[in-house]
Structures are given as structure tokens and as C-alpha cells.
Design a protein around this ligand. Structure first.
Ligand code: ADP
Length: 742
């Protein structure tokens, strides 16, 4: 057998299955013009079913064939289409009639009634079958119940439920079968098994029966519509005959009769219920309709369940992220160490099988990954790529050829860049898909020479097909990418704290802050908007726990955004040149009190200004910033219940000063409060960037940057800023302004 080329594979996509011009022999087809109801196309087997030859019927009125009451039914159905089937009497027989319009004709499919079961009976059975469905556990459980129910209704030997992946590969997720049949459960089928035009038909007509795969199709008379130059389009005909390729496919699986019911959601085919039988099986129209109803109900139910699952999944990831970030913030180790400690959370976040942390000198590997050398080379390559937040591929080998050597662990790559200025990444890996999937039979279709035509023959040789999936991983979903991007945002806050704690070097922090803060503003805003949108959209579906987690993510992103702004400000102060000028400190403080008055009123804080401030040399705007920060803090860090006050004043040169830290002959300004106070061991710590002594949620929040920025501003003036305080005794923050611009 010759292996096939891709051109030949797509041949299947071209096979005009809706224009095959024939029907299955277990019924007859009548197509007629309107409004005169005169027969224009009929199936070649009318003699058998209606006792009149096709030639004798063409051009004759429908009234010649149908019983008058049935004719009336058809006429009514044409003017008031209600869907459903018609009970048609003709030539002394009873048929189930299905009516639709196509190519300017009304088309009536007639199937003889072979069973006593009425549609009502079948629907009653559906009802009985539905009750276990409502008890089913989760989507898989539900689909299993569907397989059982369809098999019980129809009597097929094997009923399987088959779901499509994003790229139309499918997997059998539920199955009900006669013990003698082979099980297909868990197997995957390649996309080419269900070609594009068949999928389109599956959406349009949701149920399809092949009563006998070996029965010769019955041609239509005339074979070609005179006006159109082609056969009547049978897309919507229940009797439409079967494509030869599909028949061979069935023969290959030893299947004589088959039925498929589409699972359609929002106009998109997302699965099929596929039924197989070893013998011919004429499933009564009423039973088919019952199965169809069942499939529709299940599609609806699953759609809503899936939305809930999707929200749960998002909430799960949000919670992973929150946990991870919380752990990382709590631990006083390096980011790399903390992240590797929580490898399971990190991998779970994107459904990856391996990860590499490229945060410092040596990469750290978690789970299944390429070797250290290979990851090192990958990091160099990544560093040379330009991408904003994340980069992802299912075929790493195509972008980075050395990766072909380790396709088994890393065909899929998802990377986030943590730092615009340096090659720092978190990278996730996924293995080659061929290693994760059990394929059904031989997905590559070998070619056989048919009489006159070279036709595809379903399934025989595997190897060639595997080549097409070699080096490809399961694709990264939009959620995977969003999770990675969101983690990046959340990590930056942590990273900044680490950077600030590890290095006191302002220069380094400045550079880091400038680039990262700028780089991350947009994604952070994106995360906040995304979560707000989620909360609005699925807030109800995720339950209170899920909502809490989403709120947490929104809050985290908001806080990180605040830190970004602060860091940006901090690094800006480093580059600032002061605008010195003689300033009336009284005016200045009055103004500041006005600007923070909302906070003072809200916290019921009374302000004392013991005496008029002097005139001094300073940068007005910057010193306002310092006062604002000190006064806000004094208003914030209070015990509940006690009457609160804050005093802003100064000690003139020569006056006695309670503070041990005296700076020559200069004014010392102070802000004193009767708040919670600060233990001595934290008197310096609070001036570090992002250092807070309380959980971020308490005391009205804050980025933990205010004092660092204030001290930097005062130092720039040549002065100093310090605190004297003890727990429960209130705090006094002092600052001096140096000797002016000199
Ligand atoms: P924040 O934005 O958190 O207020 P700051 O840098 O201004 O950041 O302050 C750092 C930390 O110092 C605060 O989180 C708080 O724990 C402590 N702090 C600052 N001012 C006071 C005060 N007046 N009384 C008690 N604690 C204070």
C-alpha cells in the first residue's frame, strides 16, 4: 500500500458528499415544485415503495401519489412549517414523511413505518431516560448516561460519545457496548476522519442513519437538475446515501449500520454520538427523533455545565496563583528557591509537565525538562526573541531547531518574560502529543486504486501520520496563556520586594524599577480588567469561594500596580533635581492638611498645630509630599476606639529636643501621633521599600513605599528623616532640611 501525501488526504475534504445524487434504499424521495405540487425529482425505487415507476411519476401532481388527507398535511406543513415528521399514507402503506426545501423544490423523504412505536412512546422513553441524566456526576458522567440511553433506545451494538479537540481531533469519552464489540473508549481519532464538509452537514442535520452500509444507493431521476446542471442537493435529506469513503471506513470497522447524532452548541459542532451495529438496523424515525431530542437537551445542559467548569477552572488557577504569591511573599528566600518549593502549584497553573526558572545564573529545572545545557541554550535563544509578555508554541522544534532533539519533553513551550531589561524568564514545557495520545487504528489513510479513480481508503498505515504530529504538543489554551501572564504580573510585586530587600543599591533598584514598572503597567491593568469582567460575567457561577479568589486576584493586581507606581516614583526621585525656593512652611502645611483632610475626617483625627511655622528654603512640592505622607500615616495607624490626634510642629535651633538624634543648628520638623507605635527594631526597617509591618489589607492598605520615598526626598535636601516610637506610645517622625541649596 502506498503512503499518502497531504494533497491526497485533503481529497477527502473535497469529496462532494452532499451531491452524491442518491438515497439509501430503505425509503423513497419525492421532490416537487410549488405551488402546483408537481413532481420534479424522484428516487429510482418508487416502483418498489409506491407501485409507480419514476418515469410515470415525473411531471405528475403529488395528489396522484398521496392519500388526500396526507396531501392536506403536506400542504399545511409547507405553509406553516412546524418541524417534526408527518404521517403519510400512499399506495396503501404508512410512511413517516420528513419535509424540507432545497434547490427551489420541496423535498419529501418517505420511510415506511416498520414499528408500532409512536413518537409519543419514544419521547416518553426519553423522559424516563432523562432522570438518570439529571443525577449524573459531571460532564463525563452525563455523557456516559447519554451513551447508555441512546443504546437502550436504539438497540445499537456500540454507542460512543466522541468529543472534538480545538483542532478537530476527537476522543471517545464515553461508551456503551455489547460485550462482543471492541471498545474504543479513550481512543483518539485524527481530524481527517471527519472532513470539513461532513462537519458542516453535521451541524445542519443533526441526526444521520445509515441503515445498511452494504446496500447499493438508489439514484435520483433525473440524475441532474436541468436548471442547475448538477444533482439535487441532499444535504438535509434523512435518506441521503453514504459517501463511498465513509462506507469503506465502516466496512473496515466491521460495521453494517451506523447512526450519528451531532452535539451542537452555539452553532458549533463539539461532539458526536456515534452508533455502530454489526447487522443492518432500521432505527424507526420516532426513535431517531427521541435520540435527537436527547442529544439537544444534553448539549444544552453540558453548555451550562461547561461554563461552570470553565469558571471553576479559572477560579482554581486564580487560587493557585494567590497561594503561590502568598507563599513567595511570606518566605524570605530567593524567588527561585520559593518557586521550586512550590513546583506543583507552578506546573498546575498552566497544565505543564515541566518548567524551568531562568531567574539568575543557573537555570532551575522542575518536572520533565530538557537537560541543563539544553535549557541554557534555550534561554539564550529566548533572550534574543522579541515578545511582550508571553511567548508560546506547540512546535518548539520549528522555531528553535535544537529542540527537536528533546521533543519528547518539550515540544510545547510557554514562556513569560519577567524583566524587559534582562533575560529573566519562567518557562513551562509540554511533551510531544504522540506520546500522550492513544490513536484509534491507523489514522493515516492509505490510497487504493479504485476503478477509474484513485480514492482514499480509510486507515491502514500509521507511520506517515505520526510524522505530521511529530514535535507537536497539546496546544496552550487561552486560559493557560492568561494564567502565565497573570502570574508574571503578580510575581513582579514579590520580585520587587526581593530586589529591594536583597540590594540596597539604589542604582540597581532605579534601573530595575524604571523598566519593569513601565513595562508592567499595561498587563496589570489588563489583569484587573479581566478579573472585573470575569466577576461580572461568571461571578454567580463560581460561588462565594470562587468570587473570593477572584477578588483576591484583582486586589493583588491592584496592589502590584500601586507598587509599580511607587517604584517608578522612587526611581524618579533618584534622578530629580530640586527646585529650591524660600517657602512659608505655614502656608505649605495648611495646604497639605487641606489635601489630606478627607482622610483625617474619615479617621476622626484632630490636628494640632502648636505654633506658626517659620519660612525655610526647600523644594515646595517635594516637602509637601513628605508632610502628606507623614500626616496620612499618623491618621492611618491608630487603635480603634481611642480619640485620635496628630500634632505637626517644629523645634527651632537652640530649643531643647526630646529626640536623641539632633542635627546641629537647624529646624527640626515633626509629626507626632497617639497611634499604635512602632517597636524599636523596626525603626529603620520601615524606611525600606515595600516594607510594611501589618498585613496589606489592614489600616486601609498602602504600598509600603511612602516612607522610603519621603526619606529619599529629605536626603536630597541634605536633611534627615527618622522616627522615635514605642508600641502603644504613639510615634514621632522627625525631619530636617539641611542647609539649603548652598
Ligand atoms: P504605607 O503605604 O504602608 O503606609 P509607609 O512607607 O508610609 O507605607 O510606611 C511603612 C510602614 O511603617 C507602614 O506600613 C506601617 O507599618 C509603619 N508606619 C508608618 N507610619 C506609622 C505610624 N505613624 N504609626 C505606626 N506605624 C507606622
Amino acid at each position: 500500500m502506498t503512503p499518502v501525501t497531504d494533497t491526497e488526504l485533503t481529497e477527502c475534504d473535497r469529496e462532494p458528499i452532499h451531491l452524491l445524487g442518491g438515497i439509501q434504499p430503505h425509503g423513497a424521495l419525492l421532490a416537487f415544485t410549488e405551488p402546483d405540487l408537481s413532481l420534479a425529482v424522484v428516487s429510482a425505487n418508487t416502483q418498489e415503495w409506491l407501485g409507480v415507476s419514476p418515469q410515470a411519476l415525473l411531471g405528475r401532481p403529488l395528489a396522484d401519489v398521496l392519500h388526500p388527507t396526507s396531501l392536506a398535511l403536506v400542504s399545511r406543513a409547507l405553509t406553516q412549517p412546524a418541524g417534526g415528521s408527518l404521517r403519510i399514507e400512499a399506495a396503501g402503506r404508512v410512511f413517516v414523511g420528513l419535509l424540507h426545501r432545497r434547490d427551489g423544490l420541496a423535498v419529501l423523504d418517505l420511510e415506511p413505518v416498520v414499528e408500532s412505536s409512536s413518537e409519543e412512546e419514544a419521547l416518553t422513553r426519553v423522559n424516563q431516560l432523562l432522570s438518570p441524566l439529571t443525577r449524573a456526576q459531571g460532564p463525563r458522567g452525563l455523557l456516559q448516561e447519554v451513551a447508555n440511553a441512546v443504546r437502550a433506545l436504539s438497540g445499537f451494538d456500540r454507542v460512543m460519545v466522541y468529543l472534538f479537540d480545538a483542532d478537530w481531533h476527537g476522543e471517545v469519552v464515553a461508551e456503551s457496548l455489547d460485550p462482543a464489540m471492541d471498545s474504543f473508549l479513550g481512543l483518539h481519532f485524527p481530524a481527517s476522519d471527519i472532513p470539513a464538509q461532513a462537519r458542516a452537514l453535521y451541524v445542519r442535520s443533526t441526526l444521520r442513519l445509515i441503515a445498511d452500509a452494504r446496500a447499493a444507493p438508489v439514484p435520483l431521476v433525473p440524475a441532474v437538475l436541468p436548471g442547475l446542471g448538477r444533482p439535487l442537493d441532499l444535504s438535509d435529506s434523512a435518506l441521503r446515501s453514504v459517501s463511498p469513503v465513509h462506507l469503506e471506513y465502516l466496512a473496515n470497522m466491521d460495521v453494517r449500520a451506523s447512526m450519528s447524532i451531532s452535539l451542537v452548541r452555539d452553532g458549533v459542532l463539539w461532539g458526536l454520538v456515534a452508533c455502530h451495529h454489526r447487522q443492518p438496523l432500521k432505527v424507526p424515525a420516532a426513535t431517531r427523533r427521541a435520540c435527537d431530542v436527547l442529544a439537544r437537551l444534553v448539549s444544552l445542559q453540558l453548555a451550562s455545565e461547561e461554563r461552570a467548569t470553565m469558571s471553576e477552572e479559572l477560579a482554581r488557577r486564580a487560587s493557585f496563583q494567590a497561594q503561590l504569591v502568598e507563599q513567595l511573599s511570606a518566605e524570605d528566600t530567593s524567588l527561585t528557591t520559593s518557586l521550586s518549593r512550590h513546583a506543583d502549584l507552578l506546573l498546575g497553573l498552566t497544565h505543564a509537565t515541566g518548567a524551568a526558572l531562568l531567574l539568575g545564573e543557573t537555570p532551575v529545572l522542575l518536572g520533565a525538562t530538557p537537560t541543563l545545557d539544553e535549557v541554557g541554550a534555550l534561554a539564550t535563544w529566548l533572550g534574543a526573541q522579541s515578545f511582550d509578555a508571553t511567548l508560546h508554541t506547540e512546535k518548539l522544534g520549528q522555531l528553535h531547531p535544537p529542540a527537536r532533539a528533546y521533543a519528547d519533553v518539550a515540544s510545547g513551550l510557554l514562556a513569560v518574560r519577567l524583566d524587559a531589561g534582562a533575560p529573566r524568564f519562567i518557562v513551562w514545557f509540554r511533551p510531544e502529543v504522540a506520546r500522550t495520545i492513544r490513536w484509534a487504528g491507523n489514522p493515516r489513510k492509505p490510497v487504493v486504486e479504485g476503478p477509474g479513480v484513485r480514492r482514499l481508503h480509510p486507515r491502514a498505515s500509521f507511520d506517515a501520520w505520526q510524522e505530521t504530529v511529530r514535535g507537536t504538543s497539546v496546544p496552550w489554551s487561552a486560559e493557560d496563556q492568561a494564567s502565565a501572564a497573570a502570574l508574571r504580573g503578580a510575581l513582579v510585586g514579590v520580585l520587587l520586594r526581593h530586589a529591594a530587600a536583597l540590594s540596597r543599591s539604589n542604582a540597581e533598584l532605579d534601573a530595575f524599577g524604571g523598566t519593569v514598572a513601565h513595562d508592567l503597567k499595561e498587563p496589570l491593568r489588563g489583569i484587573q480588567q479581566y478579573v472585573s469582567f470575569l466577576l461580572e460575567d461568571v461571578g454567580d457561577a463560581v460561588g462565594s469561594e470562587g468570587r473570593k479568589q477572584l477578588e483576591e486576584v484583582r486586589w493583588l493586581a491592584g496592589r502590584t500596580q500601586g507598587q509599580m507606581d511607587a517604584l517608578f516614583e522612587f526611581s524618579r526621585v533618584g534622578r530629580l533635581s530640586l527646585a529650591w525656593g524660600e517657602t512659608d512652611m505655614q502656608d505649605l502645611v495648611d495646604e497639605v492638611i487641606l489635601t489630606v483632610s478627607a482622610r483625617l475626617v474619615e479617621n476622626q483625627v484632630s490636628v494640632r498645630l502648636p505654633r506658626r511655622f517659620p519660612r525655610v528654603e526647600c523644594d515646595r512640592v517635594r516637602i509637601q509630599q513628605v508632610w502628606a505622607n507623614l500626616l496620612t500615616n499618623a491618621a492611618k495607624y491608630h487603635q480603634p476606639g481611642t480619640p485620635r490626634w496628630v500634632e505637626a510642629g517644629f523645634i527651632a535651633p537652640g530649643e531643647p529636643l526630646a529626640s536623641a538624634r539632633r542635627h546641629g543648628d537647624e529646624y527640626v520638623f515633626y509629626v507626632r501621633d497617639n497611634g499604635i507605635g512602632i517597636p524599636e527594631r523596626f525603626h529603620e526597617v520601615i524606611f525600606e521599600m515595600f516594607r510594611r509591618l501589618h498585613p496589606a489589607h489592614s489600616f486601609g492598605g498602602g504600598s509600603g513605599a511612602g516612607l522610603s520615598i519621603s526619606r529619599r526626598l529629605v536626603l536630597l535636601h541634605g536633611g534627615d528623616l527618622w522616627v522615635e516610637s514605642a508600641p502603644g506610645q504613639g510615634s514621632t517622625f522627625y525631619f530636617t532640611l539641611g542647609r539649603g541649596p548652598g
